[in-house]
Design a protein around this ligand. Structure first.
Ligand code: GLC
Ligand code: CA
Length: 570
């Protein structure tokens, strides 16, 4: 007799084997430490995720992407990896990982894990070896060590700054106690950059990809995929030199460490490993690159798919949305990939909050992007500056629009609850993000989207676990909990569930056709099967075209689509 589990696996089998499963998938990002805590230590863990598989299944997603769960000192929320082929003991064991993977697969859900190849942590055995080894040694060659400038090497090799603020170089003390060389770190100083010209580094990551693929991982999200290869041979240009070269520097792939053409040689090797498996393992690049260069990461000979953060960086504006969607669909088609859509992740201010802020002029890119959100963080993240109701209303409209687009939709845990970003309510003493510490006084960092999820309306850590919560949850979290929304027909959770269920039925790979709406602030498109999505970005109610309304992000008013709302028709 087959067990229930194997029967479930069999029912889903044809889809699970489909090599193209990722092309139109809805992928739910879990930030493991903040999702569900099984043992009450205040830190979310793998058993916590396993226990929530029924919730994930009911939500209607196709795959789960886990942010890093590897052993780490958490200098950067786990993106500082001590050991790429193990589980942080606070989060569980490899056995727990296997149990979680099995439970997800039994439910017909795919599993994507994060790979962090640009840098290891400073606690990685390789880095410890490099510190103990002399200048010029093979151990140092796995990282980017350079002599300092100045008479005694007391100045950093260049004036480059880390993404999190402060210098991108850190001086080491040599084994004999003398002040020594400097190593490069594009991110925190606990994240030394690896040297991808080193064959051993390359081989080790192939081993890691096979390690997780053999354990049943279906795909990989590649952290800062555009930073790995570097050109540091000549005299290092100053930041001012680099800035003076303007956009061309990026467009021509001449920046010393961002988006160099050689990086694709690495991914061509990875692709061969992915294709050793049936179905082939998939990958999506996190590459904050010029839109014209994104397709290289998404090519079938490379990673296969790349995030486009253009919609995430756009304002809630009909013109910007329409233009961005058109451009990205064309790009994805040209590269042979499918498009990716995302509004929220663990690096940006949640979209329910961003859309409640006044639109901004700033177009700063990078991992803190999302214009208005970034400015709000810089301004101190005061809740009273946010029109939370408007923000949520727009976020629901935007998400519903996204779910009707061809391509994969990436969701971030908590957006299905319409969660707002937690701003200045997190005390400085409780903050964890290196962006806050390295940039002290400039911005409050990314902790506000990483606060553990509220599962229940009351009780210890709102049902996150039987103990506390590693980042404090504000009082108002209870009102947004899963429990509070479960039975509410109009809740954001119910909207997501309904939309994702409809999407599974209706989604196809075929293109969309824009519909004329007669209004600049109303965007409408139809898929070949008649599935139509209409978004009113303005304030004036809009008369919908004929058809049956399948779902709407806000109730229709006298049959009209109100402002800041999306409806689907067929
Ligand atoms: C990526 C991650 C971010 C991390 C950085 C350095 O941008 O998404 O969270 O801080 O890489 O690893
Ligand atoms: Ca725990």
């Amino acid at each position: 007799m087959p067990t229930t589990a194997t029967m479930a696996a069999r029912t889903d089998a044809p889809r699970m084997d489909d090599p193209n499963w990722w092309r139109q998938a809805s992928v739910y990002q879990i930030y493991p430490r903040s999702f569900a805590d099984s043992n009450g230590d205040g830190i979310g863990d793998l058993k916590g995720i396993t226990a929530k598989v029924p919730y994930l299944k009911t939500l209607g997603i196709d795959a789960v992407w886990l942010s890093p769960f590897y052993p780490s000192a958490l200098a950067d929320g786990g993106y500082d990896v001590d050991d790429y082929r193990n589980v942080d003991p606070r989060l569980g064991t490899l056995e727990d990982f296997d149990g979680m993977a099995q439970a997800l697969h039994d439910a017909g859900l795919k599993l994507i894990v994060d790979i962090v190849p640009n840098h290891s942590s400073d606690r990685h055995e390789w880095f410890q070896e490099a510190l103990a080894a002399p200048k010029g040694s093979p151990a140092r060659d796995r990282y980017v060590f350079r002599d300092g400038l100045g008479d005694n090497g007391e100045l950093p090799p260049s004036d480059w700054v880390s993404v999190f603020g402060g210098p991108a170089w850190e001086r080491v003390t040599e084994p004999d106690g003398a002040p020594g060389q400097w190593y490069m770190h594009i991110f925190a100083k606990e994240q030394p950059d690896l040297n991808w010209d080193n064959r051993e580094v390359r081989e080790d990551f192939l081993t890691t990809l096979r390690f997780w693929s053999d354990r049943g991982v279906d795909g990989f999200r590649i952290d800062v995929a555009h930073a790995l290869t570097k050109n540091l041979e000549e005299t290092l240009p100053s930041t001012a030199d680099l800035e003076a070269q303007g956009e061309a520097l990026y467009l021509e792939g001449r920046h010393p460490y961002w988006d160099r053409d050689e990086v694709h040689g690495i991914y061509a090797e990875w692709r061969k490993v992915f294709n050793e498996y049936t179905p082939p393992r998939t990958a999506v690049a996190e590459a904050w690159v010029h839109a014209d260069r994104r397709a290289r990461y998404a090519s079938p000979e490379g990673l296969g798919q790349a995030f486009n953060f253009d919609l995430l960086q756009a304002d809630f504006d009909a013109g910007q949305f329409r233009k961005t969607i058109t451009k990205n669909l064309a790009e994805a088609e040209a590269s042979g990939a499918s498009s990716t859509w995302v509004f929220s992740n663990h690096d940006v201010v949640r979209h329910a909050t961003r859309y409640g802020l006044p639109a901004s002029e700033d177009s700063a890119g990078g991992i803190m992007a999302g214009q208005a959100g970034k400015q709000w963080l810089v301004a101190g993240g005061r809740q009273e500056d946010v029109d939370a109701e408007l923000g949520l209303r727009r976020a629901r409209a935007a998400s519903l629009l996204m779910f009707a687009l061809p391509g994969s939709a990436y969701l971030y845990q908590g957006e299905e609850l319409g969660l707002q970003e937690v701003g200045c309510e997190i005390a400085d003493a409780d903050r964890q993000d290196p962006a806050f510490f390295r940039n002290k006084g400039v911005e409050i960092g990314r902790d506000g989207c990483r606060v553990p999820l509220p599962w229940t309306s009351v009780g210890s850590s709102f049902g996150f676990g039987p103990g506390g919560s590693h980042l404090p949850q504000p009082e108002w979290f209870g009102g947004s909990s899963v429990e509070a929304q479960e039975a509410e027909e109009d809740s954001t959770l119910s909207l997501y569930r309904r939309a994702l269920a409809l999407r599974s039925e209706l989604q196809t790979a075929e293109a969309l056709e824009w519909l004329e709406t007669g209004r600049d602030d109303v965007v409408a498109f139809r898929r070949p099967n008649g599935w139509t999505s209409v978004t009113n970005f303005g304030a004036e109610p809009f008369k919908l075209p004929a058809g049956e309304v399948l779902v709407s992000s806000s109730p229709l008013e006298a049959g009209l689509l109100p402002g800041a709302a999306t409806a689907w028709l067929q």
